[in-house]
Design a binder for this molecule. Sequence first.
Ligand SMILES: N[C@@H](CCC(=O)N[C@@H](CS)C(=O)NCC(=O)O)C(=O)O
Length: 209
Amino acid sequence: MLKLHHLSNSRSQKSLWLLEELGVPYELQCHERGPDLRAPAEFKALHPLATAPLLEVDGVLYPESGAIAQYLLARHGEGRLAPAPDSPAYADYLWWMHYGIAAGMQPIMYKVRAPGHGLVGSSYDQAADVDLVAVLDYLEAALAGRAYLLGEEFSAADIQVSFVPELANALGLLGERPAIRGWLARLYARPAFERSLAVGGAYRFKVAG
Ligand SMILES: N[C@@H](CCC(=O)N[C@@H](CS)C(=O)NCC(=O)O)C(=O)O
């Protein structure tokens, strides 16, 4: 049995949404962020790394949203939401799956952490600004003239990458970028996304249309 530990207003939204897209039976445990916006004590006690999402598979806990997506697709995907490894789209798919947790997220996490360390305006913070513009411009250019990251086909990569502009938007740094905004609106219109909100609760990172 699968059990998802979902932290409110966090990237575990991606795992919840993917579970809904796949239609796999799962149990959901919702954890609310505290007034300090951190995970609550009961969530922190679950795993030494204490980051959301956490997926429990037959009693074993797995962290890392990228690994969780990969596991769910390998185990329950049945060929859905990912191109076949011998398809021409596969390399792009793999790249986007990793961009969504690595290249795309890195500058944003610097920006998220800078205030708490007195680094706002520092050269470190300025470098993060430059990198963030680069990753967002890259995404904007990739989405121009196409419905989804891989073209006309929605895939799990769209779910993985969606958190990058959502978090940038929450920091007031998404800017105009119409291709990204149009793509997010298409993603939010998916019934599985709607269902993920219905079971997981409101999601404050959703970018307003
Ligand atoms: N590499 C991890 C990062 C997870 C992460 O940082 N999650 C944040 C929420 S978006 C978290 O759990 N923070 C714990 C806290 O704020 O106390 C992943 O992608 O799964």
